[in-house]
Ligand binder design. Sequence first.
Ligand code: FDA
Length: 307
Amino acid sequence: MLGPVILAASRSDRMRRLISAAPVTKQVVDRFIPGEDVDDIVPVVRDLADNGLELTMDVVGEDITSPAQAAAARDAYLELVDRLKPLELGTRAEMSVKLSMFGQALEGGHELALSNVRPVVEAAAEIGTTVTLDAEDHTTLDSMFAIHEELRKDFPQTGCVIQAYLFRTEADARRLAASGSRVRLVKGAYKEPASVAYQDKREIDRAYVRILRTLMEGEGYPMIGSHDPRLIAIGQELAHQAGRKLDEYEFQMLYGIRTDEHLRLAAEGHRMRVYTAYGTDWYGYFMRRLAEKPANLRFFARSMLTK
Ligand code: FDA
C-alpha cells in the first residue's frame, strides 16, 4: 500500500524540497546513485567492467522546465560519452535517457526532445555504442516510440523500454519484435491508472511472461530488466526454447539492487548490464526505488532517526 503513496510523493515539489534537504539523505541515496558527477562515475564504470559486467549509464533528471535545462541535459550526456571514449568499452557501456529530461514535456517538446537526443545518439555511435530510450508515464509513450522509430532510421541499434503493466504493451512488443529492435522489458515504475495498466502484481508478472515470449520469439534483441528471481529463471527458459545463444539477449538490473545476482549471472556467461545512475537531480529516481520496495523506506527513516 505504501508504494503508490511514495510514487505520488515523487511528483510533489514540497516533498522534493524536504527530502532533498534532509541531512542524511545523501548516504541513503548513494546506495542507488553512486556519484554526483562524471568524475565520480568513471571509476565506478571501470570497476563494474573489470568485474565482467556491462553498463547502461543514466544522468539522473526529469521533468525539466526550460529549453536551457534540456540543452544542459544533452551536454551532460555528451560529456559522459567523451569520458567513456578512452575506456574503449564499446557497447559494454551504453546510455539510457529519459526524453522528459530532453524537453519532451515543454512546448514543441516532441521536436525539442528529438533534436536534443539525436546528437547524443550520434556521439554514442562514434564511440561504438548506443542509446536506449527509457519509458516514462503512459502519456509520453506515443512520442517516445515515434522518436525511437525516427532515430532507428539512422541508428538501428537505438533501443527502447516497454512496461509490462500497461495494457498497450503486448501490441507494442509485437511491433518492436517484428522490426528487430533492441527492447528492454520492465514491470513499470510509475503510478498509472486502472484504465491503462494492471494494478495486481500477479497480473503484471503474467503479462511480463507473455511479452517476454513475444520478444524472445521475434527478430530483435530482448533485454530482461528485472530483479525478480522467478522472471529471471523464466527468461532463461524462454531464451532456450527460442533457440537463442547467450549473446542474443541480456539481463539488466539497477545499480545497488541484488548485486550478488549481477555477478552470478555474469559468471554463468550471461550478458549482465547494470543500470548505473549518477547526478545531482536524483529525487524522482530515488523515490521510485523506495516505492518498489517499501522496506527501503524503513532503512531511510532509520538513518534519519539515528543521525
Ligand atoms: P520486483 O519489484 O518484484 O522485485 C523483485 C525483487 O528485487 C524484490 O523482491 C527485491 O528483492 C528486489 N528489488 C526490486 N526493486 C528493489 C528496490 N528498489 N530496492 C531493493 N530491492 C529491490 N521502469 C520504468 O517504468 N521505465 C524504465 O525505463 C525502467 N528502466 C529500468 C531499467 C532497468 C535495468 C531495471 C532493472 C528496471 C527499470 N525500471 C524501469 C524499473 C522497473 O519498472 C521496476 O520498477 C523495477 O525493476 C522493480 O521490478 P522488478 O522486476 O525488479 O520486480
